[in-house]
Design a protein around this ligand. Structure first.
Ligand SMILES: Cc1cc2nc3c(=O)[nH]c(=O)nc-3n(C[C@H](O)[C@H](O)[C@H](O)COP(=O)(O)O)c2cc1C
Length: 136
């Protein structure tokens, strides 16, 4: 099975909750960029990044990690989830912009997940997990 790393940066806690939930469901290793900025990705076939959005921008720790690890990311499946307050069209436009900025095509957003992240409560997150589980 593909080994997965979930790498996140969170200021207010929602991305952290989502990251741990996704990692648990996928049996993935989870890394908080606040604690660790150097990560050896060699054993991971898949890397999923998670970030909050602030003033339309992703967390600087994610931007910096992605910029400094382009070589390591090459040849691996890379995904991105964004935790944000915006919803619907506005959130989709924001997500598309951040996806391009980071050079990560497979990007999704989860709106307003702060307090309610429990199994079954978060259709967006659960669908995302199901999609990842379903891809080789
Ligand atoms: C200063 C600030 C700016 C924000 N700007 C945006 C924004 O531009 N777009 C958006 O959708 N959400 C915005 N939000 C909401 C956060 O993206 C949302 O609370 C997210 O869950 C934060 O992730 P975190 O809890 O992992 O830090 C902002 C929140 C703060 C505190």
């Amino acid at each position: 099975m593909t080994e997965t790393a979930v790498i996140f940066a969170s200021k207010l806690g929602s991305t952290k909750k989502a990251a741990y939930y996704i990692a648990e469901e996928l049996g993935a290793d989870v890394f908080d960029l606040k604690d660790q900025s150097i990560i050896d990705l060699s054993r991971f076939g898949r890397v999923i990044f998670g970030s909050g959005i602030y003033g339309g921008k992703p967390n600087k720790l994610i931007v910096s990690f992605v910029q400094h690890n382009r070589g390591q990311l090459e040849g691996r499946k890379v995904g991105l989830f964004l935790c944000c307050a915006f919803r619907d069209e506005e959130a989709a436009t924001q997500c598309e912009r951040v996806s391009k900025e980071l050079g990560i095509a497979d990007a999704v957003f989860f709106s307003g997940i702060r307090k309610q992240l429990r199994k079954g409560d978060m259709p967006g997150v659960d669908e995302y997990i199901s999609r990842i589980k379903g891809s080789v």
